[in-house]
Design a protein around this ligand. Structure first.
Ligand SMILES: [Zn+2]
Length: 339
């Protein structure tokens, strides 16, 4: 390992976005006098009569949830994107706008209100993976949909309004910023090297193991070299697949196992139900071959040093570049010890 990376401030390149992160390892020892979050250790019931996602309950728009037994999907009642929205464009000098249409869905991971992915077994998570695959295929087949963004916001600190285990899908006609950056970077690398950017990176990581948290035959869980959030992690298939529909039955289970191991380690880290935003970046559904794409799932957790101390992206990070104190290698070691 290059020990300079653990001792001196430096910046690291995110090869997937082309952006930099500032790393300041010497700062990790500073005392904390900032904000503490309020920790909710309330034990939740398995069914909450006031939860709009629990089985059999009525949602605000009057629709009644079925008595579902594992995973349940529905179109978001308060969708940010709508398929029947008006089509228009504004091109008035430097004032530029375009209409955007799409379809937003909610996926309940389990009927059990008290659980999170970390509490679910690999079989149950595999069922969630299968629904993600089905929805990517279904939404992606729609001519008007060119990108399918699957994500989860977990925990009140991430602005999640309902503790029921659930995620979302926002699918739309154009590529969102983060996907466009990764599309460009992967395309440039593939055109030059005729191999997957992420695949080549993973080979290097699996060899050194410095940032690997867990691996099975088909997937690797690691802290990316360029991670921004203190315990940011990535789950990626070792083989290059452009989207999650391409992985086999066995690989789907291996993926579920990777999610299970990571979320359990997260919960153990600060002995709390660990908050995060996670999302799957995969090839756009724009009808192109997208040979350069290598899908992956990222976890962006805000917690820094305990269940109540979170990292803020403020000041220099708003005006300059994201910055972190604990290095990716230190974060990987701490999570690896909990696997
Ligand atoms: Zn619920």
């Amino acid at each position: 390992m290059n020990t300079d990376l653990q001792d001196y401030s430096h910046k690291r390149l995110n090869i997937l976005t082309g952006e930099w992160v500032l790393v300041s390892p010497h700062r990790a020892k500073r005392p904390w006098q900032g904000q503490n979050e309020v920790l909710s250790n309330q034990v939740r019931p398995t069914h909450d009569p006031s939860c709009y996602l629990c089985a059999g309950n009525t949602r605000i728009n009057g629709k009644v949830n079925p008595d579902y037994k594992d995973v349940f999907v529905f179109t978001n009642d308060f969708a940010a994107l709508q398929s029947n929205s008006k089509s228009f464009a504004l091109d008035n000098g430097l004032l530029i706008a375009e209409s955007e249409t799409g379809i937003c869905k909610v996926i309940c991971f389990s009927p059990d209100h008290s659980k999170s992915l970390a509490d679910m077994d690999v079989d149950a998570i595999t069922k969630v993976v299968k629904v993600w695959q089905k929805e990517y295929q279904l939404l992606g087949a729609n001519q008007a949909i060119n990108n399918v963004q699957i994500f989860e916001n977990k925990g009140a600190v991430m602005g999640c309004s309902n503790p029921h285990p659930h995620g979302q899908i926002w699918s739309q006609s154009t590529l969102p910023n983060e996907v466009e950056k990764k599309d460009n970077q992967q395309n440039a690398y593939y055109s030059k090297n005729k191999s997957s950017l992420l695949g080549d990176y993973l080979k290097q990581e699996i060899e050194t193991k410095e940032r690997v948290v867990f691996e099975n035959d088909d997937f690797v869980v690691l802290i990316p070299f360029w991670a921004v959030w203190p315990f940011e992690a990535m789950i990626a298939p070792k083989k290059q697949y452009k989207d999650i529909t391409q992985i086999s039955e066995k690989e789907s289970r291996a993926y579920a196992e990777a999610i299970s191991v990571l979320t359990k380690a997260y919960d153990a880290l600060f002995e709390c139900s660990f908050p995060y935003s996670s999302g799957i970046h995969q090839a756009p559904t724009n009808g192109k071959d997208n040979k350069h794409w290598h899908w992956h799932m990222s976890f962006y957790p805000p917690l820094l040093r305990s269940a109540t101390v979170k990292k803020f992206m403020v000041g220099y990070e708003m005006f300059g570049t994201p910055q972190r104190d604990i290095t990716a290698e230190q974060a990987a070691q701490r999570l690896r010890d909990l696997v």
